[in-house]
Design a protein around this ligand. Structure first.
Ligand code: 13P
Ligand code: SF4
Length: 304
């Protein structure tokens, strides 16, 4: 049955000139029908490059918005209209306007996990994969980083010569991982390396053998000579790595690291989108799109 649905998706993709982009946190059966799978930096770059008329984004809303911002002539569909990243809306537009008025010397750096509307007020966007490189490359010394306090702290600790202000936002799931989780997982799996996403707090990243984006974590585990890994990011990565590396072992850092928004999209949703019956077409005002595009363009220019 799943195979039949996948076959039909592949047929419709071909017939209607559809490209499917999938974030690494999507289910295995969705990754199997995707044209490109990756972290948010990989997907943003692909968004600018793909030639198809229709793009279906299997991920969350800010990712689909990024595709529309970079490819306005394409029809961009978010695979499940309910799938949003709670972090993307943590800063209010009015709050950010006020901050900018009071701190005219500060550049505003936004994690890509923000709404298109918020991006219109930001100078540069970053992703977890590109943040250090971009902030190092920026000429501005005074920076407000929104909204993830953990990624912001990671940047602060690894970039010299900047004055970085943070706010208290962040991923509600990555934030749940604690020092106790690290101690418990390491005690249970003493040979395993800890691979962590910078959305985790420093009590986790300080103990990590590798810190990186979702694609970074997967690449590290695949290339490593080691055989066991504790995964400090969304637990779908544990499952995907097990498919890719059957000779290695992967353990979740904590059972709480499950993103309910990323889990919303089903293969049925993807099939409906291919039929033109489901998901939500992303529509942005041209003024918003152009203003938001400036900080994504800068991200790609600095990030390479
Ligand atoms: P990546 O940039 O590593 O894909 O992270 C996006 C995200 O939402 C992680 O929770
Ligand atoms: Fe947003 Fe966290 Fe889900 Fe990533 S894991 S999409 S940051 S809620």
């Amino acid at each position: 049955m799943i195979k039949d649905m996948q076959k039909e998706i592949l047929r419709l993709k071909e017939q209607k000139d559809i490209c499917i982009l999938a974030h690494c946190y999507q289910g295995h059966e969705i990754l199997e029908v995707a044209d490109f799978v990756g972290d948010s930096y990989v997907l943003a770059k692909k968004a600018a490059e793909v030639k198809n008329k229709i793009v279906i984004m299997c991920g969350v809303r800010f990712m689909a918005e990024t595709v529309k911002i970079l490819s306005p002539d394409k029809t961009v569909i978010l695979s499940n209209a309910e799938a949003g990243c709670p972090m993307a809306e943590q800063v209010k537009l009015e709050e950010l306007k006020k901050f900018k008025e009071e701190n005219a010397n500060c550049a505003v750096v936004a994690y890509i996990n923000t709404t298109a509307e918020l991006k219109t007020l930001c100078d540069v966007c970053v992703t977890s994969a590109s943040a250090l490189k971009i902030v190092k490359a920026m000429p501005e010394k005074d920076i407000l980083f929104i909204p993830d306090v953990n990624l912001g702290t990671y940047i602060k600790n690894n970039v010299e010569g900047k004055n970085i202000k943070l706010i208290d936002g962040g991923c509600p799931y990555h934030k749940t991982a604690t020092a106790e989780d690290v101690a418990r997982a390491k005690a249970a799996h003493p040979e395993a390396l800890l691979l962590a996403h910078p959305e985790c707090c420093s009590c986790v990243t300080e103990k990590a053998d590798y810190i990186g984006s979702t694609t970074g974590i997967m690449d590290f585990a695949k290339k490593s000579d080691k055989k066991e890994f504790i995964i400090g990011t969304e637990n779908s990565i544990v499952e995907h790595l097990q498919f890719d590396c059957p000779d290695k072992k992967f353990y979740p850092l904590t059972k709480n690291l499950v993103c309910h928004d990323m889990k919303l999209t089903t293969l049925g949703d993807v099939l409906d989108c291919c039929k033109g019956e489901g998901g939500e077409e992303i529509v942005l005002k041209e003024k918003t799109r152009l203003a938001a595009k400036a900080c994504i363009d800068k991200m790609i220019a600095y990030g390479g």
